[in-house]
Write a protein that binds this ligand. Structure first.
Ligand code: NAP
Length: 257
């Protein structure tokens, strides 16, 4: 059975969404609130979080917690643990990640490259490990990893970002299988361009999130939107790896400043 938003409530009554105040994370928070989840919401901006918590609590009659936290800080895990250890988090949306950067690899500082990689791999890995352990002990749950279509193909001029998204995809698809043993449904969501704080074009966040919630528990990963699906299929399976790299590189180059 596909999980509609209503059916998602089978996972318990507390969910954590990182990057909840804008874009895809904001939409996850709204749809999970509508499904009846109490929400722990995380972002850096404390004021925006407070407003979001108040609005969702009053619209849906749910309990909320604001967790102001910079996932790039050294103490992010202890901050999150302190805020959530007493909550039965059974649904985790691992959404906040490094901003995509479009430009030349050699124009990036070593620090910028490391920051992107750290946030999109090590930090997200630790969060998955932390909450999956808690869910396994509690008897199950759900985790959605927000990757990107950029993880399905090598993207010149977004090299470190697309490589980090490929890491998330491979990790997530493997965990889909492995965590079933602990009754944890793991889904990797690979959106294409989606309207958000930084991007004014692409899909609306609502169908992206609906697609993820419908696919949860049914398959290892999902790409929302037929155009995105087609693009990933062409570049992964119809073209040789060499042809895919050249075609993506030529395309990306046209957008270089
Ligand atoms: N939008 C797209 O086209 C697209 C496409 C493919 C994949 N994705 C992926 O989808 C996810 C969400 O992207 P989005 O475009 O929806 O984001 P967005 O609109 O830019 O919003 C980012 C959210 O994350 C929070 N955030 C950013 N950096 C953070 C940090 N270091 N620590 C804690 N919170 C942080 C922001 O709040 P604060 O600034 O207050 O922290 C905000 O709530 C990302 O993983 C992205 O790679 C997006």
């Amino acid at each position: 059975m596909a999980h509609t938003v209503d059916a998602v409530a089978q996972y318990g009554n507390w969910a954590l969404v990182t990057g909840s105040t804008a874009g895809i994370g904001r939409e996850f928070a709204s749809q999970l609130a509508a499904a009846g989840f109490n929400l722990a919401l995380l972002a850096r901006g404390a004021d925006q979080l407070q407003v979001q918590c108040r609005e969702l609590a009053s619209a849906w009659g749910i309990d909320t917690r604001a967790i102001p936290c910079d996932l790039s800080s050294a103490d992010y895990l202890s901050t999150i643990a302190a805020a959530t250890d007493s909550l039965p988090i059974a649904f985790f949306v691992n959404n906040a990640g490094a901003e995509s950067y479009h430009g030349r690899f050699l124009d990036r500082s070593a620090q910028e490259l490391e920051d992107c990689l750290r946030l999109n791999t090590l930090v997200q890995l630790r969060l998955i490990h932390h909450f999956a352990q808690r869910m396994a002990t509690a008897g199950g749950g759900a985790i959605i990893q927000v990757s990107s279509i950029a993880g399905h193909m090598p993207l010149p001029f977004m090299a470190e970002y697309s490589a980090s998204k490929a890491y998330q995809l491979t990790l997530g698809e493997a965990l889909y299988y492995e965590l079933k043993d602990h009754r944890i449904d793991f889904l990797t969501l690979s959106p294409g361009a989606t309207k958000s704080r930084r991007i004014s074009y692409g899909m609306e966040p609502a169908p992206v999130v609906r697609t993820a919630l419908a696919a949860l528990g049914q398959q290892p990963s999902v790409i929302p939107g037929w155009r995105n699906k087609l693009s990933a299929f062409r570049h992964r399976y119809l073209k040789s790896r060499r042809a895919a790299v050249h075609s993506m590189g030529d395309f990306q180059r046209t957008y270089l400043k």
